[in-house]
Design a binder for this molecule. Sequence first.
Ligand code: UDX
Length: 461
Amino acid sequence: MNICVIGTGYVGLVTGTCLADFGHIVTCVDNNEEKIDSLNRGEIPIYEIGLDDLIKRNTKENRLFFTTDLKKAVEPSLVVIIAVGTPPQEDGSSNLNHVYDVARDIAHLVDGYKVIIIKSTVPVGTGRKVQQFINEILEQRISPEYLNSNPDASSHKPHYDVVSNPEFLREGSAIEDFMRPNRVVIGIESDSALAIIKDLYRPLYLFETPMVITTIETAELIKYASNAFLATKISFINEIGHLCERLGANIDHLARGVGLDNRIGQKFLHVSPGYGGSCFPKDTSALVHIAKDVGCDLKVTSATIEVNKNQKLMMIEKIADLVGDLTAKTIGILGLAFKPNTDDMRESASITIIDGLQKRGARINVFDPVAMDEAKKVLHNVTYAKSAYDAVKGADALVLLTEWNEFRYLDLLRIKKLLKQPLFIDLRNVYEPERIKRLGFDYVSLGRGSVRSNEKVNSKQ
Ligand code: UDX
C-alpha cells in the first residue's frame, strides 16, 4: 500500500518507518528542508533506540522515502497520515494551525479516493472540523466558477474518509510500542476505510492486537483520557510519597502493595521529581481546556497538573533543606532528560530544579549520557561534565534526576571520594538506602525516609 506521512517529528517518523517495515511503501513529508536533507543522508534527527537501523534498512530496500514535496507524496498514496505537531499555547489549549494547513493542502491535492488519518493529538471535534474543511474546499473545486477558470480541472468530486487513529508510543521504546501496542484505537465512520485500516495494520491484526473501533470523537478523547489517567497515577503516588516521608512508611513497598491489585496495576506508580515530556504536561492541560469549553470542570486532572508543578518545586526545597545555604555551593546533577533513553528535555523536572537551585546561588555541574546537546538549548550557566564522576567532583551534593541505567551501577566509593561531603540525593529511588548507608553516605530518596551514615533517621523525611 502507498502511504504518505506528513510531519517527521517523533510520531511521524516512527509511524512511517514502522509502516515501511510492515511492507508498505511510505513517503514521509516535512516542510523542514534541513530535516529532510539530513534524513536523506541517513542522519536521524531524534534519539530513539533502534530507529536508526530500521530507517536505514527500509530506505535501502526502497520502502521508505523522505521529501519536502507534498504533491509528489500525496498523489500516489491511498492513505495520508497527518502527524504534525500540535504545540501548547499560553492558555494550555493546542495550536492546530499545522493540522489545518496540512488539511487544506491535502484537500487541494486529493484525487479519486483517500483515507486521511489524523495521528496528531488533537482536541475532540478536530476530525469532524477537518472533514468539513476538506469538504468545503472540494465543493469549491467543482464549483462552476472554479471549473470555468481552470479548464483542466475535473468536475468529479474526489472521495475521502477522515479517520482518527491516535498514537500511544513512548519515547525511548517507540518502535516496540508501535510494533506491539496494547491496542489500536480507530475512530471511523466508513466500512471501506475500515477495510483499508485493517490492511494497513495487518501484522498487528494477525498478532490479535485488540482494535477499538469507535467514533472519531471517542477516539480523540481516548488519547487525552489515557494520558490524563497515567499522569494522575504519577501525581497520586508522588503525593503519597510525601505522606510516606511524614509517617515513616516506604513508598516503594507501598506502590508494590497497591499495584499488585490487578484493578490498579503496578506500572506508573514510581515516585519521581515530577513527570515531564512532550505529552503528559501538554495533554493534561489541553484536556482541562477542552472540558472547560463545554462547561466541564475536570477537578482530578486539574489537581494532577497542580501536584506535578508543586512536585518539581518541592524538590528544590528538599535539596536546599539538606545542603543548607546554597550560595556558592556546587551541586552535581546526574541526568537531565525527562526520562532515560531519550535526549528530550521538554518539560523535564531538571529544568525547574536547576533553575530554582541557581536562583538560590548554587553552582551546577551536570552530566547526562545523551541529552546534553538538547540541554544546552534550555539550561544556562551550568558546567557540562564529561562523566558522572566529573560532575560530582568537589560538589556539596549529588542529585540523581534521571534513572539512566549507567547511574544504577556507579562506583560509589569513587563518588564518595570525589564529593566534598557524602550527600547523595536520589530523586528516582534507584539505590537501596541500607547499602548506601553502609558505604558512609548521607542518602535521601523519595518517600523512604533519609538514611544518615550515622544511622540517625531524619524525622523530617
Ligand atoms: C507518554 C505516554 O506514556 C504515551 O502513551 C503517549 O503516547 C505519550 O506520552 P512519554 O512522554 O514518551 O509517553 O513517556 P512516559 O514513559 O509515559 O513517561 C512520562 C513521564 O512520566 C516521564 O517524565 C517519567 O519519568 C514519568 N513517570 C513515569 C513517573 O514519574 N513515574 C512513573 O511511574 C512513570
